[in-house]
Design a protein around this ligand. Sequence first.
Ligand code: KIV
Ligand code: ZN
Length: 500
Amino acid sequence: MSDRLFIFDTTLRDGEQVPGCQLNTVEKIQVAKQLEALGVDVIEAGFPISSPGDFNSVVEISKAVTWPTICALTRAVPRDIDVAVESLQYAKHKRIHTGIGTSDYHIKYKFNSTREEIIERAVAAVKYAKRFVDDVEFYAEDAGRTDNEYLARVIEAVVKAGATVCNIPDTTGYCLPGEFGAKIKYLMEHVDGLSAGKAILSTHCHNDLGMATANTMAGIIAGARQAEVTINGIGERAGNTSLEEVAMILKCHKGLGIETNISTQKIYPTSRLVSSLMNMPVQPNKAIVGRNAFAHSSGIHQDGVLKNVETYEIIDPKDVGIDDNSIVLTARSGHAALKHRLQTLGIELSDEALDKTYEAFLLLADQKKELTDDDILMLAGADRTASHAIKLEYLQVTTGKGVRSVAAIGLNISGERFEASASGNGPVDAAIKALKTIIRRQMTLKEFTIQAISKGSDDVGKVHMQVEYDGHLYYGFGANTDIVTASVEAYIDCINKFKK
Ligand code: KIV
Ligand code: ZN
């Protein structure tokens, strides 16, 4: 008989803390519904006390989703728990996730407290949350750097107070896999409530040293029965453990005897949806969902794969939802085909939005022979800038080898046209200089990345930018078959977000 591992997805909470990746409530609902289709057991929908937007997202996700448990994060503070309870009122299955730092670093510097007092506060928070919900998860923040003997005392106390799941986060991504596995084993052996089946342990690993998945697997092998993960491994700093990696490791290594409820064929569409809505590119060599994850380029590998695919492939791409035959739409594809593809990708549009997306689809299909899922997701999100005060009306650039680039630009600012031109040491430099002669603010470009969506010289380029203005960083995004236009659009996207 195989053991069941519960998948706790925190893309919409820990994942969404990535600067520049914030989603609005409608987008969060799209992601939550896709996570439900993917088969996750728990969706951490937000940290309701942190902002009215987070509160509202937990309310709306609770209404939209049926099967997964909806979880809301709190600190070990009654007011946080009250607000979380209110946000979860429509959830069919609800969980409160409360906790406190347990490492000496947190006890001393964050709380100026003592080990005994932290146990009291942890127990009080769990008991308080238990007044409102049966399912209470406790997190021991920075458990990775918490001494095992003390951690076992904390966990024993919160299980006695009624915690059903105990989360052991490696908050700073510090642990080695052997060390993290030994920590989980130690807790399994020394906390009575765990062996008695009153609660399960959960892993929550960060990737600061590139060991998040390895640590999670070590924890699972040592007895943890819930893994906290995000799609594409997104999350603060170097990110969290990625859902797709854990799900596919368990599918490939059946000998471990541990199963999840994940429909693995939905992994790829979910990855694309999250990447597109968050404007967060997936690195090409990312395990399972990166563009190159199944691309064999060396002659020896290609030869082997042609003879028998199992020589170099341990995963059938179709098992994670990559079906090369199904990802192409062309100018001859109709409205219904586009609608169907959007639904497969987890996007439901109103008739009006679908008409607009179809118009944009036909325009792009004139420029590109084949449109991929990424192109389609990009088009479906394109009208996010519709309410922006500053829009690019036109851009003309002369550039080439041995000549200085010159750009002429036209902006529409709240209905009025402004024009300017400038020269620069390349087309983007010239275009941004021209833009800056219209928008006269002290702003500095801090980060600039260009990525092709798929392949081919007619591909759409995605541009991410970070602009500093008045002591704040703003994140912008642009996508166009012309990368200079995409760059200027990304810059304008940043400006449109400036605090007035
Ligand atoms: O990394 C962490 O410790 C967390 C907790 C709040 C669960 O995200
Ligand atoms: Zn975390």
